[in-house]
Structures are given as C-alpha cells and as structure tokens.
Ligand binder design. Structure first.
Ligand code: AMP
Length: 427
C-alpha cells in the first residue's frame, strides 16, 4: 500500500469542517482590520530563504526541501529551488517585485502550506499550514510605529478569542536593533566562556556561531546556566526601549494581557525590536501556536528599499489541535435527504433537488437512489444525520405534493412543491 510521505497527512472530513471554520473566522478578522490576501508560490529560489530566513538557522541549514531544476531551457537548468519553509520571505519578495508600496498595499495576509524536514511528532509535521500576516511599508507610512506592533498583537488576541481558543499566553520581548544585539552578543560570549564546556553540544556550537540561539536550548541540565546569562533588555538603546514601552502601554490600554520573556530572541540581523509568541498549555511539548516579530531590515536584506515591517505566522495545525470546538459542532449535516421511490423517480428527485438548491443556496440537499427500498433510504438519511427525509413516489409526483418527515420528531406532513424550500429551511 502506498502511504502519504512521512510527516504529511490527509485532512479528512469531519476535521476539514474545523479547518474551514478556522479559515472563515480568520478571514473575517483580517477583513475587519483591513488586511488583504496574498498568495505567493509554494516554491521559490533557494537563495530567497538563504537570505530571508538566514543561512545559520536550523530551517535553512537542515530542514529545507531543495532540488535542482531539470528544466529543458538553458535558463532553468541547474537553478536551485525550495519548497517554502515559511511565507514571510515570499511576501517581502513580492512586495519588492511588484513595488507594492506604490499601490498602498501594506497589510497582507496569507493562508497556506509550508514545508520543513523536521522529525515528525504530535503538532509537528513536514507539511504544515500557516496563517500569517505582514504589515510592511516605507517608514513614512507608519510601518515603524509601536502602534502597528500593538495592533498586530491585539488582532491576534481577537483572532484567538473568535476561533474559541482560551487560555493562551502572549510572551513578549524586544530584541533591540543590530547595534544592541552586537553588544549583547559580546556580553553573552563573555558570560558563556567559563561555563559553556558544561553545556550540551548544540550550545557549544551556538556559543561560537550565534550565542543568541543558546536561549532556544531545551536541555533541562542547561537551564540553570541559561538563567544566569545576561538579557537583551539590559542592552536596548533609548529608541528601542521607548518603542517597546509604547507597545506595552498600548497593549495595557486595550486590555491585552502579556508576560515578558527575556529569553525570546530572534538571531538574525534584520529582526528588530518586538518579538512575540503565543503559547497554549494543551499543546504539550510543541506549545507555540504562533510566533512573530519585527523585521525592519528584511526588505533591504532581499535587495529592496527600506521597508520596516512586522508580522506573524500561526501554526494552523496547532490552532486546530487547541480548539475547544469539535468537528461535529461545526459540521453541516444535510437539511433534507430526498428519497426517490421506484423506477423513473431518480429524474423527479433530481428536479426537486435542483429546485431546492436553487431556491435557497444555504440548504444542504442529499440525493438518494430509486433502487433503494424505503427502509434503506431512512437508514441512509439517519446515518447522514439529515434533518428531514423527502419521499418522492409516483403518487407524490401526481399530486405535486411530497411527504416530508422530520426525522428527530417523527412528524410527517404533505407539502406542496412550491412550499418545500421554505418549509425545510425553517428549523
Ligand atoms: P515559525 O515560522 O518557526 O516562527 O513558526 C510559526 C508557527 O508555525 C509555530 O509557532 C508553530 O505553531 C507553527 N509551526 C512551525 N513549524 C511547524 C511544524 N513543523 N509543524 C507544525 N507547525 C509548525
């Protein structure tokens, strides 16, 4: 038997109803905040991620699905392509490529699959889905303002509330600007030097290549050392400190709770200032539902104009896992099951189904088959959890009125054709 590749999965009904509920809800939220959708390609040049995510990240160093194009055209051949491991780089590429600043398009959202070759476990897949948004634009458009950071975070709080996620925690930090981080890195190196030999192999490597990443370490024995290390908050310059204060003030004013987490860092040069994560207790080891932050230098790192930005990516798989709602509560079951009874009745049933679906686009109509005996039609309607069954036999066709039975109450009435749609729609 051929199975789906490791780390990928089929999303099946009824779960897909939950996914659609989540996506419809977040689309409503994005609309209310005046965000517009962008869809970028699922694969891009490898170079985009090397530059946009960073060569030293785990994602780029070990997790990308990369291949060399075997195209016939000389221009395609040998080009290195990669399935997108995240969507911010693609959005910023599109922003630059289409000069989106000229069109005033600076609030964009996306929903789609991402790919990383990670070790699969609950809440971690090789094909997973992200819902994300970016606010990006010239500084003159206000894209640098702490008001944008606070608005993004308030949007997220609203979005999680709307999809029905309770018990989330917003963890917040500021990673300052590149100059702050250079000083912080120096201090970290100095603090790590006498203790790093006792730490895990990964930390020993990080201490040399990118000391900031030591804060990602999950090894229990290393935590007591990490707790003693300096924090980036001690190294913020005046501008970054004020920016962060303002973000926190607005959040407090609008009533979005947060906790400060001095260990939350992003190690690349173009990540600046606000960094955040929303976590959820029910998720276990993979407890981050979403992450995001400012990337004021990213556009320039990708060869574009200065364009401060802030964004986030929600792990949709994890969002669905932490929903209190069940698939059954959002699944639409049929309003009516049409049961044709006897030869020649399929076409009568088809006519009725067409009329009902056309007269009320919200009705869910299921169609049986004339070869079924009445008992089998009832069983089928029950199994599908239909509200009504509609019987289409010769007598009904002649009378142009049909037996409509409410399955839960057992109540049965004869309803003229013209009144059927209204009768079924009424609950
Ligand atoms: P990142 O792009 O790494 O900041 O991730 C943003 C969010 O995407 C995380 O908080 C997770 O919820 C989700 N995510 C990242 N990697 C995976 C994965 N392999 N499987 C499922 N969700 C993921």
């Amino acid at each position: 038997m051929i199975k789906s590749p490791r780390g990928t999965r089929d999303l099946l009904p009824p779960d897909t109803a939950l996914w659609n509920f989540v996506e419809a809800t977040v689309r409503d939220v994005f609309r209310a905040y005046n965000f517009h959708e962008i869809r970028t390609p699922i694969f891009e040049s490898t170079e985009l991620f090397a530059r946009g995510v960073g060569e030293e990240t785990d994602i780029v160093a070990k997790e990308m699905f990369t291949w060399e194009d075997r195209g016939r055209a000389e221009s395609d051949r040998g080009q290195s392509l990669t399935l997108r491991p995240e969507n911010t780089a693609g959005v910023v590429r599109a922003y630059i490529e289409h000069k989106l600043w000229d069109r005033g398009l600076n609030k964009l959202f996306y929903i789609g699959p991402q790919f990383r070759r990670e070790r699969p476990q609950k809440g971690r897949y090789r094909q997973f889905y992200q819902i994300g948004a970016e606010v990006i634009g010239p500084a003159a458009s206000g894209s640098e303002s702490p008001a944008r950071d606070a608005e993004i975070l308030e949007l997220l709080a609203t979005l999680l509330d709307r999809v029905g996620i309770t018990g989330w925690t917003l963890e917040l930090n500021s990673v300052g600007c590149p100059a702050d981080r250079a000083r912080f890195n120096e201090a970290l190196r100095a603090a790590l030097e006498p203790v790093v030999a006792k730490m895990c192999a990964d930390c020993q490597r990080r201490a040399v290549t990118n000391p900031l990443r030591v804060f990602d370490c999950k090894v229990p024995e290393d935590q007591s050392v990490i707790e003693t290390l300096p924090r980036i908050s001690q190294f913020l310059d005046e501008g970054c400190r004020t920016h962060f204060e303002q973000v926190k003030e607005i959040l407090t004013a609008v009533g979005v709770p947060f906790t400060l987490n001095g260990r939350l860092v992003r190690g690349l040069d173009y990540y600046t200032r606000t960094a955040f994560e929303f976590t959820h207790g029910a998720l276990g080891a993979q407890n981050a539902i979403l992450g995001g932050g400012r990337y004021d230098g990213l556009s320039e790192a990708l060869g574009g104009p200065a364009a401060p930005g802030i964004g986030f990516a929600i792990g949709e798989d994890r969002l669905v896992l932490s929903l209190a709602a069940t698939a059954d509560s959002v699944l639409r079951t049929p309003d009516v099951y049409i049961a044709p009874l006897g030869p020649g009745m399929n076409r009568e049933a088809a006519r009725l189904a067409r009329e009902l679906r056309r007269s009320n686009k919200d009705l869910v109509v299921e169609l049986g088959d004339e070869s079924f005996r009445l008992k089998k039609s009832f069983e089928a309607a029950d199994k599908l959890k239909s509200r009504y069954i509609l019987i289409v036999g010769e007598n009904e066709v002649k009378a142009d009125a049909f037996a409509l039975k409410h399955l839960a109450s057992g109540e049965q009435v004869s309803v003229p054709r013209a009144e059927l749609a209204a009768r079924i729609a009424r609950h």
